[in-house]
Ligand binder design. Structure first.
Ligand code: FVH
Length: 295
């Protein structure tokens, strides 16, 4: 599509992420209107061709497609609630991070007011925005997504529609965030352990990478398959045996005077799974404990 045919877009919220989004729309040739609570943040974008709206109502009026990316849902709702009926007939793509519940409530708010609504979760940092590798999850009415998919491709080549449920992008977002934090925390714990004997992270790194690549990562698809099947074959390393090894991890961590909370958590969940009868199963049986925390 020639840039003269690009759909007009409004971007509300010009923090680090909103500015990157507006910049990507401008670079792909979309006529772009911007608004931010602190108007000076629009200046760099105006220099690149954006139109700075004096009010948020003016910004919403400028384009059918309105992308909102502010700090949290409270800020998002403050902004849109101040507009009365003005957003009716517009499409709001809300890329503000939050919970599935907040996303579903905002989708209901939009449906009551005749506003097309997609909720999105950005799985990228600002410098990645506009690249083919930037991933953004979307949820909401399929017809609304289809109508705006080509404009949205300007901010993320790897935009992925998850379905009609506006809560799913936030759910995937927090699930991946949790995976990232726990994986990194596991690495931090191992660095704290070897660091307690003055081993440099640099010296340990090649073994951590080898371990991750050849032992940890290849198990991920197998675990996923077992969780979907609901059976957890031990693969030669039963949980009962692995729990004893985790006990060593707890003991050694304490002896090295390193924070013991993480391995204690792992041991506790392994012991709960064993109590539920999973001693002869594999590691993935932990899923049964995490999924039903009351037991
Ligand atoms: N930056 C990142 O790496 C992550 C990547 C994943 C997705 N997140 C989420 O994106 C949302 C915005 O993040 P951000 O990085 O742009 O955040 P800030 O630079 O801190 O900008 C915040 C903007 O929100 C505006 N704002 C805050 N409160 C209000 C309010 N009550 N009314 C109107 N606007 C408000 C703020 O305006 P100002 O302070 O400049 O006037 C900024 O435009 C966020 O959900 C991340 O979790 C980013």
């Amino acid at each position: 599509m020639g840039s003269e045919n690009r759909a007009p877009v409004t971007v509300v919220g010009l923090g680090s992420m909103g500015s990157a989004l507006a910049n990507a729309f401008l670079e792909k040739g979309h006529p772009t209107t911007v608004w931010n609570r602190s108007p000076e943040k629009a200046e760099a974008l105006v220099a690149k061709g954006a139109v700075s709206a004096a009010t948020v109502a003016e910004a919403i009026a400028a384009s059918k497609l309105v992308v909102v990316c502010v700090l949290d849902y409270r800020a998002m709702r403050e902004i849109v609630d101040s507009l009365g009926d003005a957003p009716a007939g517009r499409v709001i793509v809300n890329l503000t991070s939050g919970t599935p519940e907040e996303a579903r409530q905002t989708a209901a708010w939009a449906a009551e007011r005749g506003v097309g609504y997609l909720d999105g979760a950005i799985m990228a940092t600002p410098p990645m925005i506009g690249s083919e590798h930037a991933l953004i999850f979307y949820g909401g009415p399929k017809a609304v997504y289809d109508e705006h998919a080509s404009a949205l491709a300007s901010i993320a080549g790897a935009g992925t529609y998850l379905g009609e449920d506006a809560g799913l992008p936030s759910l995937y977002d927090v699930a991946l965030l949790g995976m990232m934090w726990t994986t990194w925390s596991g690495f931090m714990h191992s660095l704290a352990l070897v660091g307690s004997e003055k081993v440099k992270a640099e010296s340990f790194l090649p073994f951590a990478q080898l371990w991750f690549e050849h032992v940890v990562a290849p198990e991920i698809p197998k675990i996923a398959e077992q969780v979907d099947r609901g059976t957890y074959p031990d693969g030669g390393s039963a949980l009962g045996m692995q729990a004893v090894a985790v006990e060593h991890l707890v003991d050694a961590t304490r002896a090295q005077n390193v924070d013991v909370a993480l391995p204690e958590f792992l041991l506790d969940r392994a012991e709960r799974a064993i109590k539920q009868g999973h001693a002869g199963d594999g590691f993935a049986a932990i899923y049964e404990v995490l999924r039903k925390p009351q037991s």
